[in-house]
Each structure stands twice: as structure tokens, then as C-alpha cells.
Design a binder for this molecule. Structure first.
Ligand code: FE2
Length: 375
């Protein structure tokens, strides 16, 4: 039980319900602890809190265009790392053709988010087809490869030294958002048996402490005829996620948590109806989520009308400044022309600061910091 310093006040002219009933002409900003789970304050500002005219120094919102990264490598360990800290590493794997070697990550679990393409995953546990929109969670130590049908782009999220788990779904129970029965696992099917070989040499690239070692076998080590247990890779497609929403309250991003690790969470934004209560906010509220760095990867859709942001881009908002809707989206704060959002995006919120790699900075769209300026 944590004992935050108890303060519960209403000061000056203020709404008493977060994200609703804002005083006329004001912009709400949330300042909070522990993501959206700790104590918070809600300010009613006269100006949009992103209305800066200049932003200097190492801290800044960044947008990286991962579609500009080179394709061609067929090893996940050669994929470009764009952001990392001790608990989480984010890479973008662009596979134009099948992996020629098996991969094994001895540093942590890997979460693959398939942004585009189609492939067959072959691993210790069998065969599983993967396609755009799939999350595939590979437990640490799994030997695997992708056999590419259509070139695939994968956001690869390593949970270093910690396991991915499901979030506590609290009031709505374990079958909400997606039912655990929707998780698919690899099968020992004909395709899996057909790739087994007693004579073909296979190599496994093992990543341990960031370094690659190669182990050669005179046969294909994906040769299990069966297995049993409670541990296996799982797959769920974003189109099978049934997001929570409230018609009277703009839910915080944490309502869309899909996977949790010890020092970060992965959330999924999937299409959902806009709020209908006339006094409820219909865009994300301004916030400075000061305990977390935030990554958003854009998979499909219109992303609340952000100019110059297209599928395959990733934005990074380090802790330390307020972010929120862009000016165009702000005009629709209480009235949306469409009945529902149509965006799919993957959010990664990390408890520890991330470093952007030089390779990530090489594909930065430097105009992003100015994109909140009124047009
Ligand atoms: Fe945020």
C-alpha cells in the first residue's frame, strides 16, 4: 500500500470530473504519477499547453520514419535498433525474403508486431502463419525463423530479462478486450514436419548480452514431434481486440494495455466510437506523463489528423513536457464529424528513459517538434 501525500482540492474555476465539463474556452492538462494510476492534477488552461514557439536542447518530441530504414538483412539481430534502455529494446525488422538461419534470443522475450506482409513462423513449438496486425510473443530462448510469403516489416520489442504478461483487467474481468481463448499457438502440422531435415545443416544465431554466437547443427533442430506444457509463443491480431470505451468519459491510454513487462507496457489503439456525451472530451487530453517515456507506432488509419504522420512512423515523447492533440484535432475537441476512430497504433510506455540510436535519428522527421504550431 502506497501512501501518497493526501491532497484532494478544487481550486479556482474548475470541473470536478476529469476530461468532462471543462470551463468554457479552456484546455485541460493532466499531470500524473505512475502513468494514469497514481495521484493526478487537472489544470484548465487558457492556451493549449503545446503552444510553444521554440523548443531547444536534448529533450524533444521526435518522429522517426521507419519506412525509410533499409531492408535486406535476414536476421532479426541485424535489424535496426531505434530506441533502447536496459529493460526494453525496439528494432524494426524489414525482411524482403525468408530468414536463412534460426534466431534465439537469450536476453529476453520478444514481442513481434507485424506491420505488413505475410510469413510462416517456424519455431521449437511448430508452425504458425503470421500476417499484418499480428502480435506474436516469443518466450525467451525460443528458436525461430520466418519464411516470407510477402515481404514483412516487423516492430520487434524485446523485454530484456523479464517476461511479458497480461495486464490485470480489474473491473471488466479476464475475458474483456480479448479473450485468452483467442490466443493462437504454433501447431505441429504438415508444413512443420515438411521442413524437418536430418541431413541439411542449420545454424542458430543466439543473442546473449547483445552479442551473437552461431551454433551449427548437421540437421534442422526444429525437429520436435510434439510438446506439452504451459509455455508457448502466442499470436493475437489487433483486429481481434475489442477496446474498452465509455460514451461519457475519454478513457486514458492505460485502458488499452495489451501486454505488460516489469518496466514497460504495450498498449493497442484500435478503432472505437467517439464519446457521445456533449460535455465529454473526444480527443486525447493534454498530459505530461512524467513517470514514463512514450513511444507510439502508427500501423493504420488517420491518427487524429496528424499532418505528416503515416503508417510505419514512430513518435517518441520522452517524459518532461506536455503533449496532446494537434491544432487540427483540437478543433474537434467536443464534436467529431465521424462516429468512430479508425486508427490502429501500438504504444510502448517505459518506466525508464530511452535512448534514440543514431540509426533512428537518421530517419527522423525534424519538423515534428513544430507540428503543434497553429497553421
Ligand atoms: Fe501520452
Amino acid at each position: 500500500m502506497k501512501h501518497y501525500i493526501p491532497v484532494s482540492r478544487v481550486e479556482g474555476e474548475a470541473s470536478r470530473q476529469a476530461h468532462c465539463d471543462l470551463p468554457a474556452g479552456t484546455y485541460e492538462r493532466e499531470m500524473s504519477k505512475e502513468g494514469f494510476f497514481g495521484p493526478a492534477a487537472f489544470f484548465h488552461h487558457r492556451h493549449p499547453p503545446t503552444g510553444w514557439i521554440n523548443f531547444e536542447g536534448p529533450l524533444r518530441p521526435r518522429a522517426l520514419d521507419l519506412t525509410r530504414l533499409a531492408a535486406g538483412e535476414t536476421s532479426p539481430w541485424a535489424a535496426t535498433e531505434v530506441l533502447a534502455n536496459a529493460a526494453c529494446r525496439v528494432r524494426f525488422l524489414r525482411l524482403p525474403r525468408s530468414m536463412r538461419k534460426l534466431a534465439r534470443n537469450a536476453d529476453g522475450d520478444d514481442l513481434l508486431f507485424v506491420h505488413s506482409g505475410e510469413a510462416g513462423l517456424f519455431c521449437d513449438f511448430g508452425h504458425l502463419a503470421v500476417r499484418a496486425g499480428d502480435y506474436v510473443l516469443l518466450p525467451r530462448g525460443t528458436m525461430w525463423r520466418l519464411e516470407v510469403n510477402n515481404p514483412v516489416d516487423v516492430l520487434l520489442i524485446e523485454s530484456t530479462n523479464a517476461s511479458y504478461m497480461l495486464p490485470d483487467k480489474g473491473l471488466v474481468g479476464p475475458h474483456a478486450i480479448f479473450d485468452p481463448a483467442m490466443l493462437d499457438t504454433p501447431r505441429i502440422d504438415d508444413a512443420f514436419k515438411a521442413q524437418q531435415s536430418a541431413t541439411q545443416e542449420w545454424q542458430v544465431e543466439v543473442k546473449r548480452r547483445g552479442a551473437i554466437s552461431t551454433i551449427t547443427f548437421p540437421f534442422n533442430p526444429l525437429d520436435a514431434i510434439g510438446w506439452h506444457g504451459e509455455l508457448a509463443p502466442v499470436r493475437i491480431n489487433v483486429r481481434d481486440i475489442r477496446p474498452l470505451m465509455s460514451h461519457r468519459y475519454h478513457l486514458p491510454p492505460s485502458a488499452h494495455t495489451t501486454f505488460v513487462s516489469s518496466r514497460f507496457v504495450v498498449c493497442t489503439f484500435a478503432p472505437r466510437p467517439f464519446e457521445t456525451d456533449p460535455k465529454a472530451l473526444k480527443v486525447p487530453f493534454f498530459h505530461n506523463n512524467d513517470d514514463y517515456d512514450e513511444i507510439l507506432f502508427y500501423h493504420a488509419g488517420d491518427f487524429f489528423s496528424r499532418d505528416n504522420i503515416h503508417p510505419g512512423m514512430l513518435t517518441y515523447h520522452p517524459a518532461g513536457f506536455t503533449h496532446g492533440p494537434h491544432p487540427k484535432a483540437l478543433t474537434r475537441m467536443f464534436e467529431q464529424p465521424k462516429p468512430a476512430t479508425d486508427e490502429y497504433a501500438v504504444m510502448i510506455d517505459t518506466r525508464d528513459p530511452l535512448d534514440v540510436t543514431d540509426a533512428g535519428l537518421a530517419v527522423e522527421w525534424s519538423g515534428y517538434v513544430d507540428s503543434w504550431k497553429p497553421k
